[in-house]
Design a protein around this ligand. Structure first.
Ligand SMILES: [Zn+2]
Length: 154
């Protein structure tokens, strides 16, 4: 079957969807391991999610799309993984970076860059079922890694 065959493309989309669902389930099991409770509720305007270290709770806004919900949950779990007690700029960066690596694992990111490197952030966000901000964080991480790589192997 050729790669341009619609059946192949359809298979790719279903495979990606399965991976996204798998990642969401994994996130939920991490929250259980960490003893966190997740609530889906109507949060104040501008708030997509919240993590409370003291009560071991995560709150996710009810109006989020599936990709937003996965991205926000991963961010809040990132706060819990690091035991953040408040929202500082450093903690936000750390939670974003954890979420980006969790939702867009290294091997899949590298494979997608090889295949679709010239594509836009929105394309990658759609492929991985995440918000564009997650992909932007992944790009930043990628650029930092590339800057550290030697320019020549001599
Ligand atoms: Zn945060």
């Amino acid at each position: 079957m050729k790669y341009s065959d619609p059946r192949y493309i359809g298979f790719g989309q279903r495979w990606r969807r399965l991976k996204v669902d798998e990642r969401f389930s994994e996130l939920v099991s991490i929250t259980q391991d960490l003893g966190l409770r997740i609530h889906v509720a109507d949060l104040p305007p501008g708030k997509l999610g919240l993590h409370c270290h003291q009560t071991r709770e995560i709150w996710i806004d009810v109006d989020l799309s599936p990709s937003e919900m996965t991205s926000v949950l991963a961010h809040e779990v990132g706060h819990a993984v690091f035991g953040h007690e408040d929202s500082t700029p450093e903690n936000e960066v750390q939670a974003n970076e954890w979420a980006a690596v969790f939702l867009v694992p290294d091997d899949e990111w590298t494979a997608y860059l090889d295949a679709y490197g010239g594509c836009k952030t929105a394309f990658f966000a759609d492929c991985f079922g995440v918000m564009e901000d997650v992909i932007k964080t992944r790009w930043d991480q990628h650029k930092r890694t590339m800057n550290k790589a030697p320019l020549c192997a001599v």
